[in-house]
Design a protein around this ligand. Sequence first.
Ligand code: ADP
Ligand code: MG
Length: 342
Amino acid sequence: MMLSKLSIAKIWLALLGLAFLVSCSDSPEKISFSGKTMGTTYSVTVYSKDPRHNKEEIQKKVDIVLKRVNAQMSTYDPESELSQFNQFKSTQPMVISRDLERVVNRGLEIAEETEGALDITVGPLVNLWGFGPQARPEKEPSEEELNAVREKTGYQKLRVENHQLIKDNPELYVDLSTIAKGYGVDRVAHLLDQLRIKQYLVEIGGEVIAKGGKPDEALWRLAIEKPVSTERAVQRVVQFKDGALATSGDYRNYYEEDGKRYSHIIDPVTGAPVQHNLVSTSVYAEDTMSADAYATALFVMGTEKAKSFAKKHNMAVMLIYKTDDGFEEYMSEAFKPLLAEQ
Ligand code: ADP
Ligand code: MG
């Protein structure tokens, strides 16, 4: 018997329907890749059912985004936009990109909010203590050296006006190390949103953003490290569907001289590396740039101030601090629901 045109069409529709069903019941493909950026590593994991999402294509785009952030904000690249501003020894305004403007503005906002604990102009002090692009000092800087360098610092000497960046002291030097990684993560997340990827995890040097959870309603799980430099061990596991998590600490990035420990985080009040019993701060927030900046600011504050800041602003924060007999944890009320069974 000959099939009528109509029934052929019906068969086609049925087949198409079947194909659609098959493709829908397919579990999403997991795509993971990693690379290098900002003097550290990055990694990306996405889940997608869309066959147009292929690893090489996505990675190529991610690399372009990260190169761009580097070209704007790296202090290790003398050609970067930020380096050009730092080399521009003038109080005249300089036109900057919208990205740089956004990051500087957020840095200044959080500086105000934290009463200067976060200060994106501490660069000369970071270099003086041997943590910047320059080499480590032979010995502790003298009082005079310290004071001379402090003259050139202070976030109040930096302004953004009409998409222009202005410094009141021509020697001012802007260091975005503490928020640029977080911003890079947010830019990659934005790219993945544009590519219509609904479930992903992006990480640069330990600063992370997650979106959409994992397939089958599972949450993203992340480990907060134990604050020891000798091994990589897990202190706590947290889980969430959406959000950013950043950790600041001096257990990996420090040096010791004459039995004294020098952290790479500077207390802008003293002009010297922080000295207190706080060893690690983790902040969960909506965006990674903020989480990154607050983690550093809380670290500068020290345990007691950090606790009250977290309480006052209802922030999701976990602190690890040293006591006479080991380490202790503090978790803010907003942080507790993130804890996973270990
Ligand atoms: P990490 O995440 O690698 O531990 P952070 O994000 O905490 O590092 O940033 C550390 C860097 O920030 C330092 O290397 C220094 O360049 C800069 N920095 C140090 N102290 C401060 C501060 N008080 N405010 C802003 N930036 C700082
Ligand atoms: Mg950080």
